[in-house]
Unconditional design. Sequence first.
Lengths: 344, 234, 299
Amino acid sequence: MKGNRRHLPTVAWLALMAPVALALWAAGSGLESLLVPYYFRIILLSGIAVIAAVSLNIVNGFTGQFSIGHAGFMLVGAYASAGITMFARPFTESVLRSAHVPDVMLMPLQFAAAIAVAALAASIVGLLVGLPSLRLRGDYLAIATLGFGEGIRAIFVTVDAVGGASGLHNIPPLTSFVWVFLGVVGVIITARNLAASTHGRALFAIREDELAAQAVGIDTFRYKVLAFLISAAWAGVAGALLAHLDLGIDPRSYSFMKSVEIVVMVVLGGLGSVTGSVIAAVGLTWLPEILRPVAEYRMVFYSALLVLLMLLRPRGLFGRKELGLADLLGKKKTVPNANRKEGG
Amino acid sequence: MLDIQDVEVYYGAIQALYAINVSVQEGEIVTLIGANGAGKSTTLRTISGLVRPRRGRVRFMDKDISGLPPHEVVRLGISQSPEGRRVFSNLSVFENLEMGAYVRSDPEGMASDLEQVFGLFPRLRERAKQGAGTLSGGEQQMLAIGRALMSRPKLLLLDEPSLGLAPFLVREIFGIITDIRSKGTTVLLVEQNARQALSIADRGYVLETGQVLISDTAEELLASEMIQKAYLGE
Amino acid sequence: MLGSIYALIALGYTMVYGVLRLINFAHGDVYMVGAFIGLYAWRYLGLPSEEGQAQVVSTAGLLLMMLIAMVGAAALGVLIERVAYRPLRRAPRLTALITAIGVSMLLEYGGQLVFGTTKQDYPWLAGTVPSSIGSAAGGSSGISIDRVDVIILVIAVLLVVVLQIIVHGTRPGKAMRAVAFDREAASLMGINTDTIIALTFIVGSAFAGAAGVLVGVRNHYVEPLMGLTAGIKAFVAAVVGGIGSIPGAALGGLIMGLSEEAVRAFYPELADAVVFGVLILILVLRPCGLIGSQTAEKV
């Protein structure tokens, strides 16, 4: 497996994080004051899209399982995090105060807790959904996840305590550049480390040939559930960030079409390519904004462009390749070929 | 009748056939023998148009047919009974035979060919209304051959007709292949069961890793010491 | 009967899935376009209307609307297949799926451009006009709604019977089944598989077009996004029945429609949740659907 040496171990990353986060916070607030709020918002939306796309790639790209219910997990994360920052706020604040936490740290700590709870809640739901549905294969799994995504939305819409069909409002504005950046870095590290680990190789084996993977002793079901959990957890994070950027949750915007958008990012970028997902997520978030001058035609352009791209690049922009610094500097590297011998 | 000239075939980056030359004369039974992956099925698939040769030509009755889509190859008079039978399990036996005659529009001729097929394989007549999926392996093989005959081909391509069949059925099938030839259909037979194939064939080609190793009359091949060692298990 | 509408749309999903193993996401939007074609045909061609009632279409007029919508939808379906799906025949299946989603979005946004974003009134079917709107007095609205449902059901049943006859009794129909089972083997029979696939799109799309007109006269409005939810539900119906199976799609459509209407009567907000709950339940208990066969999923 290529690239192990190119990545820092996770611990080193964490040690680097603190000063980097500070610098980022400064950079982020600098950026925020520099840019028109409109553009700043799109930057944050791009980051959230990256988190969603890269995490979905773990299931769809790495493991070869086809899930189209990612927005459902985002919705779970959104509600769970809002639960912490809105409803549980008096409680968490009193706990933090009694621990003599300085006032400036109150909100960030609560938001961190909210994001963690969002990830946890989404992964629990992921487990509940994954256990029955991951026994299904191919299109049937896709349909089960579709059904789940729509079903969970339908359930939230009926619960009046969380606002029913009109959704939640007045969520505190906690999503900032730093949080989104940390999320993006976190999900990419998760995906890259997973890809380089034994677990990752088990996932690839399932993607290439599930029966063969089973035959060599891989507990394919367990690994599929694992991939599903990790993926759902990060979707929850994306949902939490989105809710605290939108300052509300409109269940309608977490519909099947949202899930589809994320799938499109993953496939367009190239199934299994993390860099591909990142670039496609950012590109597809900006595209409608770039097309804004053509006003009412923009979504028509958007969809036509999507069809055209798929026709011209049937394997996605990047296939399964990763784009690294070496490529940018023009060095050629060979990617191990997964061609299987075909009988004659 | 059929001339394969310097045909090269690739699957993606992998080359499957290296400049293959095979010819079949009208009225012959010609067999391609060789190990798994030698390129036998690929040769048949190339003739039928399922794969396109990257180089070389396939000529049939003095017409270049390389690159024609499969359904047009059938119209010219070449039909194939593919490896693994591949009968339409969701259709009845009768409907499978109807599909075999898909390119034809002469009801009388089709009816008489149906009688011929039922004559060769009486078991199919008994099961005509049954789903093809309910047939035994041997019956499915008969259906696959019968189905290929229904287009009244000039050249019949048979891919591993003995695969997975009990010995007595293998003998029956090979007997029927001889019958088919005696009724005027030329046969190109791909087999792993080299002895049986050579015993009914006029000529044979031995393929190895995508190349023609030897070609000769069936008697010579059966008698050749080298062939006996490598392919006849002696 | 919502169920018969779902059933008609589900047939197209199931047939296309049968021959291409492709979830044709654009199918729900073909149904929408069919509904609009019917509407414009009625508006501009002066189709037979009930005397003195500009907003009411006679039964003969309805059948003509359906016919025109079916032809238009079939043309659209075959165009989509030709331009967007045929070039991807050998591409990974997910690519074709994303393309289908792209085509679906294109039709939805394009539809909003062409038809406008608001709901448009659809004519009433003669004899189904509630007294408050039509000029004829008397008759409770409950009975008149039943009448339109009965007509829809009858038409749907007739269409399904016609389809069964096509698929089991004609050569192209049998070829369709052969292609669905094994495309390569079918091509070795001399079947032009591209033609048969195009034919499948023609038939499936025509049925969607018919469903579009029927839902129009039932709900009395159409809008460019109507294909979205109806499409998803019809697709779910196809899966519930066993995707690839024609009777399965019809049955699945009826079950979906009935369960949705039943739940909606008591807990309107829960209708969708229940529908998708039923889906997951059936998938887990019977992974191949109610009438599904064990199609070999490539593993």
